[in-house]
Design a protein around this ligand. Structure first.
Ligand code: NAD
Length: 477
């Protein structure tokens, strides 16, 4: 075992918190300090209400906190003390300036890099591990910045890339039992020995053959490529779903038939209202931007189309709702079941439900939202319109305590998150409380179409043969 004793992680968010907690759990001989500039976040990590909700996370933190896991706002001290520094800060998309809407905003990343550079004065050699999803060749930029600071007998640095692949909602399970751990590093003596040191950390619980090593830049690109390929599968099956509706084919049958081919595989082929979450769109656009910056416009266009199909799928859904309900939803109550971007999480970042609600509100519908994990405050924040229209928007959005309350008196009901509880609702009871005709618009394939149609609903389910009622209605564009 290498003589690694201290790990520090800069950034205590969705990634830094859970990933370090699992390292601490599995490596009792290693001291892990997670640091953050956000005092409230650190206080929350030290409290009984952790800032990140993940099944199993409380137990892991409880087992290690105060033993070999600590959370602190004293960034400089812990970075200076550490042998391995993980950088797990946020890398949002730039809102303005060059590459706005596509490129990564590296301001947080740079401020973290400068803290590491300043720690070279401590004289302690360090391995710096990039965990954030960053543009390709960011590790090289990190090496340059560190080199610029380490002249004059300071410490030396080795930079590694170790992107995180867990899924939100199953973070702890994925971290305990990863498909693979990817480590990118330099092919030099110092680089190889740094890779070995990090490999030794993971080898405490991850089988050796699941720890994959590559060059720095391959590891960085792999993270973007993994998310882009997952998003691309969703957009591919969603593009097929539109054709299914036009022709009378059933997208679940098509997906199942295609997925039997093990060159294709059956995962991630559920048609629906589109993908969401903080990473997919961001990483696809980032990949496209990298292509563009490297003089590859055709490749950039290809990836951009994955996002374009996702936008199409969301607006197509809204058009379907409006055209089905006689081309007007003004003043009508529409129940929205599910607001999070997927089941099991309270996260609404880039959730398709946000866009669908905004589309319906734009057509002056009243939406009544229920989600088991998203707070009323969050729902209001995400559906808020510009200040001028605020008062009116407030009246247009209701937040319900359960699905039945949301649907009471509604003309239509949209299912926008795949929560299991929506599969087993008493749709008869919901039907009895709704206006006639009563519509169900299933954006997640969770409703048993035959059953609810029998109750009397007019049903639209993405990619399924259309209800006779919906055929030949005037289209809205
Ligand atoms: P986050 O916003 O939840 O957390 C980042 C934290 O870093 C914040 O608490 C912030 O205060 C802190 N921070 C920023 N600058 C700092 C500085 N200079 N010093 C100390 N602390 C600083 O972000 P996240 O969701 O954990 O994502 C982190 C990275 O991991 C991103 O690049 C993201 O793309 C990537 N990623 C995220 C997920 C996910 O599921 N959320 C999965 C894989 C990879």
């Amino acid at each position: 075992q290498a003589a690694m004793v201290k790990i520090c992680c800069i950034g205590s968010g969705y990634v830094g918190g859970p990933s370090m907690a699992v390292i601490a759990l599995k490596c009792p001989a290693i001291e892990v300090a997670v640091v953050d500039v956000s005092r409230p976040r650190i206080d929350a990590w030290n409290s009984d209400r952790l800032p990140v909700l993940e099944p199993g996370l409380d137990a892991v933190v409880r087992a290690c906190r105060g033993r070999n896991l600590s959370f602190s706002a004293d960034v400089d001290r812990h970075v200076a003390d550490a042998d391995i520094v993980f950088v797990s800060v946020n890398t949002p998309t730039k809102a303005r300036g060059l590459g706005a809407g596509r490129a990564a905003d590296l301001a947080y990343w740079e401020s973290a890099a400068r803290v590491v550079a300043a720690a070279s004065r401590s004289g302690k050699n360090k391995i710096v591990v990039e965990k954030s999803a960053v543009p390709v060749r960011t590790a090289e930029a990190m090496e340059r910045m560190l080199l610029a600071h380490s002249g004059g007998g300071g410490a030396t640095f080795q930079v590694l890339s170790n992107p995180e692949f867990f899924s939100e909602g199953t973070a702890v399970r994925d971290l305990l039992c990863p498909d693979r751990v990817l480590i990118g590093g330099r092919d030099t003596d110092a680089g190889r020995s740094a890779v070995r040191a990090l490999r030794d950390v993971y080898a405490h619980w991850v089988p050796e053959d699941r720890i994959v090593t590559t060059s720095l830049c391959s590891a960085e690109l792999s993270k973007l490529a993994a998310n882009a390929l997952l998003a691309q599968r969703v957009s591919s099956v969603n593009a097929i779903s539109a054709l299914c509706e036009a022709t009378g084919a059933d997208v679940s049958d098509v997906a199942r038939a295609v997925g039997w081919d093990d060159r294709v595989g059956d995962g991630f082929l559920n048609a629906g209202v589109g993908f969401g979450g903080s990473s997919f769109q961001k990483d696809v656009l980032r990949l496209a931007y990298a292509c563009e910056c490297n003089g590859l416009p055709e490749a950039a266009d290809y990836w951009r189309q994955v996002v374009a199909v996702n936008e199409y799928q969301k607006s197509r859904f809204v058009r379907r709702v409006v055209s089905s309900m006689f081309s007007t939803v003004a003043g009508k109550k529409v129940a929205v079941l599910g607001f999070a971007f997927k089941k099991g999480v309270g996260d609404t970042r880039e959730s398709p439900a946000v866009d669908v609600c905004r589309g319906l509100l734009g057509d002056r519908a009243h939406v009544s939202v229920y989600d088991p994990a998203v707070s009323e405050k969050q729902i209001r924040r995400d559906t808020a319109s510009p200040a001028a229209a605020k008062a009116q928007a407030h009246q247009q959005v209701l937040v319900a305590r359960d699905a039945y309350e949301a649907a009471e008196g509604a003309h239509g009901l949209c299912v926008l998150t795949d929560w299991d509880e929506f599969r087993t609702l008493d749709y008869r009871r919901i039907f009895d409380g709704m206006q006639r005709p009563a519509f169900v618009f299933d954006g997640r394939g969770v409703v048993d179409v035959g059953k609810v149609r029998e109750i009397g609903f007019v049903v639209y389910s993405v990619g399924k043969p259309l209800d006779p009622w919906l055929k030949g209605l005037p289209a809205v564009a």
